[in-house]
Design a protein. Structure first.
Lengths: 445, 1039
């Protein structure tokens, strides 16, 4: 049934592609299709003449070839168009373009679209998009003009089209008012396009979260192959008026490579290593940084493992223990161990000393939700694996992926010195939080 | 199709109930889903029409929402056009917006009806509110109805002269739309583009360049006059516009400037060779190649102004700058982009994919750029396969003698990966490393042979194929391996692998004389069941054996040839016939059969194991064509550098005279100031301060002037740092605020004037000799705006110090303890050298002191008390601090004139109750201020500072210090030196001047073979020179 449908599509595709092709259609982004995991196009938007949705057949072909969603190539050429796609929240966002364009331009824009949806609706899922199709459409209309990005700052967008809230929906039904802002998008005209004007709060607060992630590969013997720290400073700023903030660090020289939100004054950073900016209203990422690889990275946890398959028997031994290493006296929590077991493993019978574990015999994914590590009583997971009889033992032991969190610690040692506000008279409430997380943290066994 | 329409009905129903209103409770949901197949569409549309015609806004809105829902689902709603278009003039803003959405979608199909809406837009185009004008233009131009082309044209023309930059921006967008609707308007549109290109607003810049790229990318002449302005506006343009402008300017620069690469050899291959050549040879070469190359200041301007954008959060912008540096910057400078590109690898999978592809192309040509980041390309088991293979590709490109052992260890892990496709790719990578790096060929081969006993067939097959290629490149005695592989024939089933083994045995049959015939016997038995690929190789093997060992194999071969004769595949029948004629002697066989042996057993050239990214560099990096490795529609070729630069004066802009004072002031400013927009208050003051300095021609006063200006710029930053420390001072805040708030209009006016003045300046510099332009070049990277000697000066004083104090290169701050909190009774003090020119006097070193109160009480009246300074030394203390709250810290700055000596400055740090004796002893490296100069100037200066003024020593350099980046970093960390761009890879030059006397300090590090290096320091201040030499020695020799 499905195959037949697909063939139909292909046929259709050939016909209509040749008919809809315009000779001069040089627009950056021509159309956008949203496709769910089962291959249904549930939203389409065109910024110029309509491109038949049958163009997506080429995408479906590529998808079938790739077997897994994450292996679908981001750029797919077709005879008359190019399909650039991003895959997020189980949705493919497929942009159709006709001519040469920097691919990152389109990809970055698509990610920005997803971020905006997330910002608007809290989550970005098929159901939510379908439920809010009108708002989605209005937002997309504002984001691109003739295929070229127009307003991508969510602050400006929110001024133009108010995000739906339960309260507003109720109010709208009663009063007949709308989501569309009646103000005009003055933000687009100002020199501070990321901040809306006339912001007012009764409680003025500015919170900064310094979040660092450790990316590491640890080898069999426990030594570090590569480790680096990537950090971000996420801010939630709710301040009245036009505040001008400066944020300084105790040790700015730790930061090796940084990228800024457009609001940060680059010159000031260059000369004084101070972050000086007029913040956008609400949540935004102020800064992401990389801590230079020269500095040794403290690895806060270790994994002891003993995973063995024997050639003769159909049983294998499995044992892992997780323990804290360099944690600067903080507790390691939210520990989660996942591992992709080899295909030959039929089932596992394991007993954890704490937490919950699951093994999916179909995907062969083992996951163990450990929780907090108590240094006095190290969590461990022991047991046996039953292997497919008759097959030889797998030649590679599985890789262990680790997740964890450490509150109130920035593992690089980065510290915010002070935060000052200029330009407004009130005293804001300021807060800074540190957190260290595992990024892509792998232990090879 | 029907299934999806069914789906829609359900969905639409839901949506309607969700957002819908009580006014229409019975419409949508009441239609049964099954009914929806045929009739419901028309029926539903009927009630939509009714709703649209009702006089209640809520009903209309509801209807419009449902219609938009239909459009989103890709359903046809065109028949509602008449009903919808009536609402175009609705007062309700949301209805209006949704009608616009509808119009843009269907106007093309319903052209006549669409005309009904035009008058509404025409009226709106005259609205006093700029936003309404803009949106009217936007919608009007989005309606693709050919009849209204003249109206659109008129509207665009008017809008392009609108006072509001936002409307002008929309006009630029409309140009592209009109062009795609009616290409005949091209000429008129180009006129509008020309006009808009002159626009000074950052809002317009990105959009108009976009229009330019679409309508007339070949009209490069339109850019000339706007080039400098675009370069200067770039930082303030919105991010998407930046990408477009950077790509356009890259193309522009390639047509207008001469290649900056000539210095380091025209071809990259040459360059690599240079590295291994001995020094003499290199010098010779240098002399040969050395044509005076001076970078066009406009070229430099572009490179400099794009650099900050590497810090953008937008991956597309970073990539755009990276490709600009790749295609335009001197090779020594392109390296700065690698760090930012590596940063992008943290991003989403799609971004990673594109970036990795570009890095792969770059890493083939310039390994050095990414070598320091080798580990960032290590593969994680969770990466998608396409990311894994791209990373592997880069790792292979980066492999060299030094890192190959680490890499091979890493590859071993990959080979065992559960992702077999990736494991196979790894084996290929190992093969490539083995051919490229001869030291490891044997190791790799052994490793691959081990893999032959792997359990996974794909791995074994891939190994066989790679081993085959390796053996071919290394036709040594590998009989053992061939024997081993012959055994594999019994087990392995993958055709490619079987074919490879057979080919090997045939090719080297003389090395395995006993096995080969036996293999042929076995294959003869299984011939009929083999894959075509294998059959061909069996025929090959037979033929070769027949020629070398016909006694044993004659019959076997004949048997196989007979089998082949009746094979199903005509390829095989063909080959059989061919071989039979060639090898079996008979009457008819011609002269060729005599040479059969030579033909079959000729020495075959070894296959080249090359990167698949080898020829991708024919495309501009960062483009779609590069990603696809084929030319995409609309790809614009990047032209080669011209041999001779076209006339640079075309970029000059005519100046309107603006009063004498201004022109004097700005005429002196040599470098272009980046646009004074939102963030540039400090520069403004600075340029103002230049007004009162008279131009004098002695080098002495020149220096002084430098000092003054630096002073003024520092004063500015000082005042802001005071604000920082003292948040209570309202008045200062107010003034700072005012600076920011300068209205856009006047601000951009200013900019306008300045750019004009500056360009006038450039006109004169363009006509001056190459000498002056080379000094211009030397100002290259310096971010500081303080260099303002006039051209005339530098020409008069060819031998005077033609260099400027540049901003220091950023190094990790080294803090020294001034007062420990224990001995300071809770007052702790640290100091560091800010490496900035001191604001208190140009002979002083600027010292930043951080005071921290670690007690739980307020410390009051912190100040500097008695000073004990050696003769000649001076000190400028910080203003007393009234109080310091517990746990608070404050940073203050001081200036100390050390008289170019490392003598200690002792003084007392006092609080209200106590006083503590403290000392500051400067490291010699901090007594310097970096200056920038060109390589040529450096050499001239060095030539004058020989003999007594030269100190040198030979040192051993730690291996990890021998790369350029590390070495530069180490040296600059140790001493405040400026880096001089160097044409040779093994010579690094640094320059600085002493703070007190301003004498030049020239440092040369020349790397020699065998990890030694010659360290030379030329300076008049021999004492300082020798101390510096002593200090630099351990820096370079230790890891």
């Amino acid at each position: 049934m499905r195959i037949k449908l697909l063939q139909n599509r292909v046929l259709l595709g050939r016909q209509s592609v040749s008919s809809t092709c315009t000779p001069l259609g040089s627009t950056m982004i021509h159309s956008l299709f949203l496709i769910n995991s089962s291959g249904d196009i549930f939203l389409e938007k065109h910024w110029k003449s309509v491109v038949s949705r049958s163009v997506c057949d080429y995408f479906f072909e590529a998808q079938e070839r790739a077997t897994e969603a994450e292996n679908v190539p981001p750029v797919i050429p077709t005879p008359h168009h190019y399909l650039l796609n991003v895959y997020r929240h189980k949705i493919f966002f497929v942009a159709v373009i006709q001519t040469e364009v920097p691919p990152l331009f389109v990809i970055e824009f698509l990610h920005r679209v997803v971020d905006t949806f997330q910002d608007y609706f809290g989550v970005c899922s098929e159901v939510v998009i379908k439920d809010n199709v009108v708002v989605v459409y209005e937002v997309l209309e504002e984001m691109l003009d003739n295929g070229f990005p127009l307003a991508t700052e969510s602050n400006i967008l929110k001024e133009l089209i108010k995000p739906p809230t339960i309260l507003r929906t109720v109010v709208n039904t009663i009063t007949g008012s709308t989501n569309v802002g009646d103000q005009l998008p003055t933000g687009q005209l100002s020199v501070v396009p990321w901040r809306r004007t006339g912001v007012k709060y009764t409680n003025n607060e500015a919170y900064f979260d310094v979040i660092e992630e450790i990316d590491a590969i640890i080898d069999k013997s426990g030594s570090t192959i590569t480790a680096e720290i990537q950090g971000v400073i996420d801010a939630c700023v709710k301040l009245t008026g036009m505040p001008d903030l400066t944020l300084s660090f105790m040790n700015p020289r730790l930061l090796d490579d940084v990228s800024f939100h457009p609001c940060v004054r680059f010159k000031r950073w260059e000369s004084e290593r101070i972050l000086s900016f007029i913040p956008p209203d609400g949540n935004f990422r102020l800064l992401s940084y990389h801590v230079s690889a020269q500095n040794l990275v403290a690895i806060p946890v270790y994994v002891k493992h003993n995973i063995s398959f024997r050639d003769s028997s159909s049983l294998g031994r499995f044992e892992i223990t997780v323990g804290p290493k360099q944690t600067m006296g903080k507790t390691v929590e939210g520990v989660m161990v996942t591992s992709q077991m080899p295909k030959g493993v039929l089932n596992m019978s394991l007993t954890p000393s704490q937490g919950m574990h699951t093994f999916d015999p179909v995907t062969k994914l083992l996951s163990w939700d450990v929780g907090k590590i108590n240094p006095q009583k190290l969590p461990s997971l022991k047991g046996t694996m039953s292997l497919q009889a008759g097959t030889s033992k797998p030649d590679e032991n599985p890789t262990i992926n680790l997740q964890f969190k450490i509150q109130q610690l920035a593992i690089s040692g980065l510290k915010v010195n002070r935060l000052d506000m200029y330009g407004e008279k009130y005293k804001p409430f300021k807060g800074i939080k540190y957190m260290t997380k595992a990024g892509k943290f792998q232990v090879r066994t | 199709m029907s299934a999806s329409s069914l789906g829609y009905n359900e969905q639409g129903g839901e949506a309607a109930t969700e957002q819908g209103q009580e006014a229409t409770p019975t419409t949508a949901p009441s239609v049964p889903a099954a009914f929806g197949l045929f009739s419901s569409d028309t029926k539903k549309n009927e009630d939509l029409k009714q709703m649209l015609e009702s006089n209640k806004d809520s009903a209309k809105l509801d209807a419009m929402k449902r219609i938009v829902g239909m459009i989103a689902k890709g359903k046809n709603a065109s028949e509602l056009f008449p009903a919808v278009v009536k609402n175009v003039a609705s007062k309700n803003i949301e209805i209006k917006k949704l009608v616009y959405v509808y119009l843009m979608r269907y106007a093309e199909e319903q052209q006549d009806l669409a005309l009904l809406s035009i008058s509404t837009f025409q009226r709106a185009l005259k609205d006093p509110n700029q936003l309404i004008r803009a949106s009217a233009l936007r919608v009007l131009s989005s309606i693709r109805v050919p009849i209204i082309v003249p109206i659109m044209m008129l509207a665009i023309k008017e809008a392009s002269a609108d006072l509001s930059p936002y409307v002008r921006k929309n006009a630029a967008h409309a140009i592209q739309k009109l062009y795609s609707l009616d290409p005949e308007q091209k000429e008129m549109l180009i006129e509008v583009i020309e006009k808009l290109l002159k626009d000074k607003s950052t809002l317009v810049a990105g959009s108009v360049v976009m229009a330019f790229e679409e309508v007339c990318p070949d009209r490069i002449d339109l850019i000339h006059k706007n080039y400098r302005k675009l370069c200067n506006l770039l930082v303030d343009v919105e991010e998407w516009g930046q990408v477009v402008i950077i790509h356009m300017l890259t193309r522009y620069a390639r047509t207008q400037f001469v290649s900056p690469w000539k210095e380091d050899g025209v071809l990259e291959e040459d360059n690599e060779k240079d590295f291994y050549e001995s020094d003499e040879e290199q010098k010779e070469k240098d002399q040969k190649v050395k044509k005076p190359y001076a970078m066009d200041p406009d070229h430099r301007l572009l490179i400099r102004n794009t650099k900050p954008l590497l810090q953008s959060r937008n991956a597309a912008v970073v990539m755009a700058v990276a490709q600009l540096y790749w295609h335009l910057a001197p090779k020594s400078e392109a390296g700065i982009v690698s760090k930012s590109l590596v940063r992008l690898l943290r991003s989403n999978r799609e971004v990673q994919y594109i970036v990795l592809q570009n890095i792969a192309t770059m890493s083939i040509q310039r390994k050095g750029m990414f070598e320091p980041y080798l580990k960032s390309f290590y593969v994680r088991s969770t990466d998608p396969t396409m990311i894994k293979t791209s990373k592997l590709e880069i790792l292979t490109n980066l492999a060299n003698e030094a890192n190959i052992s680490t890499l091979l260890r890493e590859f071993q892990t990959y080979v065992k990966s559960q992702d077999k496709q990736f494991a196979a790719a790894t084996i290929q990578a190992i093969g490539r490393c083995a051919t490229n790096i001869s030291e490891v060929t044997d190791t790799c081969l052994n490793g691959l042979v081990c893999l032959l006993s792997n359990r996974d067939e794909i791995v074994v097959a891939e190994s066989v194929v790679v081993i085959k290629k390796l053996l071919q490149t290394q036709p040594a005695h590998h009989g053992e391996i061939i024997k081993h592989m012959a055994k594999l024939l019994d087990t392995i089933t993958v055709p490619v692998a079987r074919a490879s083994i057979l080919w090997l045995i045939g090719e080297y049959c003389e090395r395995v004389p006993k096995i080969a015939p036996d293999v042929l016997r076995k294959m003869a038995k299984s011939f009929t069941n083999e894959d075509d690929l294998v059959k061909l190789q069996i025929l090959n093997l037979g033929a070769k054996l027949y020629l070398t060992n016909s006694k044993q194999t004659k019959l076997l071969t004949q048997y196989i040839l007979n089998l082949g004769k009746y094979d199903q595949s005509y390829d095989i029948r063909d080959r059989t016939r061919f071989i039979r004629q060639l090898i079996v002697p008979n009457e008819k066989s011609g002269a060729l059969s005599k040479y059969a042996k030579k033909i079959f057993l000729a020495q075959k050239p070894a296959p080249l194991l090359e990167s698949p990214f080898k020829d991708r560099d024919r495309f501009q990096l960062g483009t779609l064509s590069h990603t696809l490795n084929t030319k995409a529609i609309g790809y614009l070729e990047l032209s080669n550098w011209p041999e001779v630069a076209p006339d640079p004066s075309v970029r000059n802009v005519e100046v309107i005279e603006l009063g004498k004072e201004w022109s004097v002031a700005l005429g002196k400013a040599k470098k272009e100031k980046p646009t004074e927009k939102f963030y540039s208050d400090s520069e403004e003051e600075e340029s103002a301060s230049t007004t009162d300095t008279e131009s004098e021609s002695t080098s002495e006063s020149e220096k002084e002037k430098n000092g003054k200006e630096e002073g003024s710029s520092m004063e500015n930053s000082e005042s802001s740092s005071e604000e920082l420390s003292d948040s209570e001072s309202e008045s200062k805040e107010g003034s700072a605020k005012k600076k920011f708030k300068t209205t856009e209009e006047s601000d951009s006016d200013d900019t306008e004037k300045k750019t004009k003045m500056i360009s006038k300046k450039r006109e004169s510099s363009g006509s001056s000799d190459s000498e002056s332009s080379s000094t211009e070049e030397s100002s290259s990277d310096s971010e500081s705006e303080s260099d303002s000697e006039s051209d005339a000066e530098s020409r008069k004083h060819k031998n005077a110090i033609a260099s400027k104090v540049s901003s220091p290169i950023f190094v990790p701050m080294k803090t020294h303890e001034l007062l420990h909190r224990m001995s300071g009774k809770g007052l702790a003090a640290h100091y560091h050298f800010s490496r900035q020119p001191c604001i208190y006097g140009n002979q002083m070193v600027s010292v930043q002191v951080t005071l921290t109160n670690t007690t739980d009480q307020k410390l009051e009246n912190i100040h500097v008390g008695e000073r004990k300074l050696p003769a000649g030394m001076k000190m400028h203390v910080f203003n007393p601090i009234e109080f310091l709250e517990p746990e608070e810290s404050i940073t203050v700055s001081m200036g100390i004139d050390f008289c170019d000596s490392t003598q200690t400055a002792s003084f007392q740090l006092c609080t209200k109750e106590d006083h503590f004796n403290v000392n500051i002893q400067p490291p010699v490296g901090e007594l310097l201020l970096p200056v920038t100069m060109s390589e040529k100037d450096f050499k001239t200066e060095q030539g004058m500072l020989t003999g007594m003024n030269e100190t040198s020593t030979t040192i051993t350099v730690a291996p990890q210090n021998s790369t350029r980046l590390v070495l530069l970093e180490k040296v600059v960390k140790a001493a405040n030196l400026g880096v001089v761009p160097s044409g040779q890879d093994n010579i690094h030059r640094f320059s600085a001047k002493t703070v007190h006397s301003g004498s030049l300090m020239l440092v040369t590090v020349e790397l020699k073979e065998g990890s030694t290096a010659q360290l030379i320091i030329n300076t008049e201040k021999t004492v300082i020179g020798s101390i510096l030499l002593r200090e630099l020695k351990p820096v370079l020799s230790q890891g």
